[in-house]
Design a protein around this ligand. Sequence first.
Ligand SMILES: Cc1cc2nc3c(=O)[nH]c(=O)nc-3n(C[C@H](O)[C@H](O)[C@H](O)COP(=O)(O)OP(=O)(O)OC[C@H]3O[C@@H](n4cnc5c(N)ncnc54)[C@H](O)[C@@H]3O)c2cc1C
Length: 383
Amino acid sequence: MSFKISKPQKEIQKAARDFAKGEFDKDLAFDMERAQKFPEDVRNKAAGLGFIGIHYPEEYYGAGLGILENVLLAEEFCKKDSSMGIGLMLSGFAAECILRFGTDSLKDRFLSGIASGEMLSGEAFTESVSGYDTGDIKTWAQKKEDAWIINGQKTLVTNGGKAGVYCVLCRTDPGSIGADGISMILAEGNSEGLLSVNPRDKLGMRMVSTSDLVFNNVKVPCSNLVGKQGKGVLQALAFYDEARILLSAMALGTARGAFLRALDYVRQRELFGKKLAGFQVTRHKLADMAMGINIAEHLVYEVAADFDSGRSDSGRIAMAGLSACQAAIDVSSEAIQLLGGYGYMAEYELERFYRDAKSMGIFLGNTGMMKDIIAKNIIEKIK
Ligand SMILES: Cc1cc2nc3c(=O)[nH]c(=O)nc-3n(C[C@H](O)[C@H](O)[C@H](O)COP(=O)(O)OP(=O)(O)OC[C@H]3O[C@@H](n4cnc5c(N)ncnc54)[C@H](O)[C@@H]3O)c2cc1C
């Protein structure tokens, strides 16, 4: 398919670019990344301008727009600063589970708070034993009268310890095995018996907290069930598709930001009597970087537009994710190389872009898993 970014979409892109230019201060980013904190005043300003939850309906403080518009924001923010962009775009991580599967009452309770910047949200799926095997989770929710009682432990939770609400995958159907019998249940961050432990230090994405969550007889109302009982894994897979589109956009912006910094440098830097941009080896590197970014851009915009028109395709989303994450890693690595010794220094930002890029290739599925999804779709569709 082919499509063009519309005029209103270009205006959103420009608004995001202007916001990032005005608010994503380089020194602030440097300090906050070291301190592993996100500048909350920047989040509040972004929320005030409607940049969080742009794809939520207007009654929940959103703008009623699509994933493509959210993709344009993510790309612009991460282009200016990968760490700030990631921190901002993950403010409402996993809230799409509520948006797509939740009841009106759950949407009322949580989406406005997330979009207005009052609370963060998080996804609590992974367990230390289950890893990528979502069907192997052990966290257990038992129904008692009008409540679910949750017990278990989740690991590597983004916004862990900070979120106002977590979407938790729990086994709810006694005796079930594998993916059947697992449900999605919301737990509020301040629930009694819910503890955030083991805050993680990490390579990239350092403005976003990551921790484990311990559920010790956490009691939540039965109405906190998201979607259908026993269908949590299917819903999680659908959420992964949507989340991978957003992640791809963050990776695309990170790649583009690293590319532009390298381009700027090789146009100015003179060596052996000519600009670095004049050496064939540099030009070929730039060509490879630009190609990777353009292929990723095409795929990311395409899957976002498809998603918005109800034609979501997991295989193509995985292709977009893989190419964007790979572009982010390759381009930021080459950009460091092009800047020579300076590229390795924190003040030139590229080492941070590279560290952020590396996290994206693991967060929502490793390379092998993405290739498996692509191959599965090809084998099933092309007969
Ligand atoms: C920055 C970051 C943020 C995260 N945020 C969250 C979050 O918010 N919520 C949450 O629930 N989880 C989160 N995670 C956890 C993430 O989803 C897990 O790392 C992931 O589920 C993998 O689990 P694991 O680390 O135990 O790896 P394993 O499942 O043990 O996999 C290890 C390696 O085995 C190989 N492998 C495993 N399965 C396959 C396969 N099917 N095909 C091919 N190779 C395979 C791959 O090389 C893989 O990298 C986050 C992770 C990171 C890095």
